[in-house]
Design a protein around this ligand. Structure first.
Ligand code: SAM
Length: 213
């Protein structure tokens, strides 16, 4: 069953609350069926603005967080993006619509079952410019570096050095920093330095790995 009206209502709400600020993020979120990225038993809640369990103690992020991160990433057509934490594949699906077919998302996930879950969901949604890779994303994905944008969808002790190295000069990284209560940090790479700005408080599952917890 098409759930267009529920999606429209959620998106209008995210616009009213200021999470969606641009037409490109609005259009991208309108074009992706969130119910297709949620386990069967939770699909009725797909248009609640809340994270939902996807197994292994992990979650698909809340729509408002996906919207806010997409806006703060300042995405444009044709960009190459690295996502750390593919989860359900939903966030990378939304990004893939904004950057278009000429852009590419590499999304790295450490839990093999979720790698398969994300791949299946993305395939069903007909998305071809997202590649889900299994591995420890705290070390980035050097084989496709450098990236125009990097987003981390789990909370880290700090910005991992390899992610800074793999970001293009002038590129943007978005990463939650902190253990239980985190701050969403936006870093702009200038030469070898990262100029940081704190966006908002947030709560994410932890980044597990060499540069994680
Ligand atoms: N972006 C996802 C979506 O749209 O469904 C939500 C991601 S969930 C909040 C965070 C994900 O990060 C989990 O799937 C978790 O397994 C993954 N993760 C944690 N540490 C990781 C690491 N070192 N490398 C790759 N993935 C990691």
């Amino acid at each position: 069953m098409e759930r267009f009206e529920e999606r429209r209502r959620l998106i209008e709400n995210l616009k009213r609350l200021g999470y969606i600020r641009s037409k490109k993020v609005e259009d991208a979120m309108m074009s992706i069926r969130r119910e297709d990225f949620v386990p069967q038993g939770l699909r009725e809640y797909a248009y609640h603005d809340t994270p939902l369990e996807i197994g292994h103690g992990q979650t698909i992020s809340a729509p408002h967080m996906v919207a806010l991160m997409c806006e703060e990433l300042e995405l444009e057509r044709g960009l190459k993006v690295l996502e750390v934490g593919a989860g359900s594949g939903y966030h990378s699906a939304v990004i893939s619509r904004i950057i278009g077919e000429e852009g590419m998302v590499y999304s790295i996930e450490r839990i093999p079952d979720l790698v398969e879950f994300a791949r299946r969901n993305l395939e069903r949604a007909g998305i071809r410019n997202v590649e889900v890779v299994e591995g420890d994303g705290s070390m980035g994905l050097p084989e496709h570096a450098p990236y125009d944008r990097i987003l981390v969808t789990c909370s880290a002790p700090d910005i991992p050095d390899p992610l800074v190295e793999q970001l293009k000069d002038g590129g943007i990284i978005l990463i939650p920093v902190g253990r239980t209560f985190s701050v969403l940090v936006k870093g702009l790479k200038r030469g070898n330095k990262v100029v940081r700005k704190e966006i908002c408080g947030c709560a994410f599952v932890p980044l597990i790995g060499k540069y994680g917890f």
